[in-house]
Design a binder for this molecule. Structure first.
Ligand SMILES: Nc1ncnc2c1ncn2[C@@H]1O[C@H](COP(=O)(O)OP(=O)(O)OP(=O)(O)O)[C@@H](O)[C@H]1O
Ligand SMILES: [Mg+2]
Length: 264
C-alpha cells in the first residue's frame, strides 16, 4: 500500500455522517472463485460523497470486488458500511450497473416492461397504472432517455442500455453507486455526457460512487480518487494527478503501454 487514509475519527451527527467517515471500510477482503484466490487482502476505505475509480488489468478482480461489496459472493475479511441504512449490504442503499447484462435476445421486453419488473412492489399480473408510467418516465428523463420508454431492450444501443440501467440503479437514490465499466463501448460524446451525469449525481445528490474503468483519460478528468487493484489487493491509491501518469503507472503495472486497452 502506498497510502493509507485517515481512519475513523468521525461521528454520525443528527442522522448524517461526517464527510470524513468512510462510507465503506474493507479489511483483509479475500475472494476465492473456482478454487483460485482472486482477491487476497483488499484493505481500503471508500471515501464518502466522492467519486473513486477502481483500475487494474483485465482479470485483476475489479468486477469480483464490486460483487463482494454487493454481498453477491462469499468473501473472507470484513466489509463494513457506515450508512443511514446500517452497516451491512442492503439492496436499498446500493445501486449497481453491471459490466454485462445478459438479456435473452428475442425477448420482446420494452424499457417500460424492464422498469416495471424491477420496481413494482405488487403482483406482476396486475396492470401498471398511469402513475407508475409517469414515475418511470421521470426516472428515465433524469438520465435523458425518456424517449426510449416504449423501445424494446434488444434494439437499444450500448450507451442507451447503460443509461436505462443507470436510471434503474438510481431508483431510489442510493447511498453508494457501483458502476462496472459504465461507459465502455459508448462513443466519445456520450462518454463525456455520461461522466458529466455521474459528476452531477455526486455533487447534487451526494451519492458516493465507485466506478471501474479502463479509460484513464476519462478517469483523470472525472474522479477524485483512484484505487489500483493488483495481485489481489489495492496496490496503491491516491489522486488521479499522482497516480495516472506514465511513471507511476509503469511502476505499478509494469510497462503500461496498451495495458488499459479495452478488450471486451
Ligand atoms: N465464477 C467464476 N469462477 C471462476 N473464476 C472466475 C469467476 N468469475 C471470475 N473469475 C475469474 O476471476 C478473475 C477476476 O475476474 P474479474 O471479472 O473480477 O476481473 P476484472 O478485473 O473485472 O477484469 P476485466 O477488466 O476484464 O473486466 C478472472 O481470472 C476470472 O476468470
Ligand atoms: Mg470486470
Amino acid at each position: 500500500m502506498v497510502s493509507q487514509e485517515n481512519g475513523n475519527q468521525s461521528q454520525q451527527t443528527g442522522g448524517r455522517f461526517a464527510v470524513t467517515l468512510p462510507l465503506a471500510t474493507l479489511r483483509g477482503v479475500g475472494v476465492q472463485l473456482g478454487g483460485r484466490d482472486i482477491l487476497t487482502d483488499v484493505t481500503a476505505q471508500l471515501r464518502r460523497r466522492e467519486v473513486t475509480a477502481l483500475i487494474g488489468l483485465n482479470g485483476a478482480g475489479k468486477t469480483t470486488l464490486l460483487r463482494a461489496l454487493l454481498g453477491e459472493i462469499p468473501y473472507s475479511g470484513e466489509i463494513r458500511f457506515d450508512c443511514v441504512h446500517g452497516n451491512r449490504q442492503q439492496p436499498g442503499h446500493i445501486g449497481y450497473v453491471p459490466q454485462r447484462l445478459r438479456i435473452e435476445g428475442n425477448l420482446p421486453l420494452t424499457v417500460f416492461d424492464l422498469c416495471g419488473l424491477s420496481l413494482r412492489r405488487w403482483p406482476w399480473f396486475l396492470p401498471l397504472g398511469t402513475r407508475f408510467r409517469e414515475r418511470v418516465y421521470a426516472m428515465l428523463d433524469a438520465v435523458s432517455v425518456a424517449h426510449l420508454l416504449d423501445t424494446e431492450i434488444r434494439v437499444l444501443s450500448g450507451g442507451e442500455l447503460q443509461r436505462v440501467l443507470l436510471a434503474l440503479a438510481l431508483e431510489p437514490t442510493p447511498e453508494l453507486l457501483l458502476l462496472d465499466e459504465p461507459a465502455a463501448g459508448i462513443d466519445f460524446h456520450m462518454q463525456e455526457e455520461f461522466y458529466g451525469l455521474i459528476g452531477r449525481l455526486n455533487r447534487e445528490r451526494g451519492v458516493t460512487v465507485l466506478l471501474v474503468s479502463h479509460d484513464l483519460t476519462m478517469v483523470s478528468k472525472s474522479v477524485g480518487h483512484v484505487w489500483c487493484l493488483k495481485d489481489g489487493q489495492i496496490e496503491c491509491e491516491g489522486s488521479p494527478h499522482d497516480l495516472l501518469h506514465g511513471d507511476a503507472l509503469a511502476r505499478i503495472f509494469g510497462s503500461h503501454q496498451g495495458v488499459f486497452g479495452h478488450r471486451h
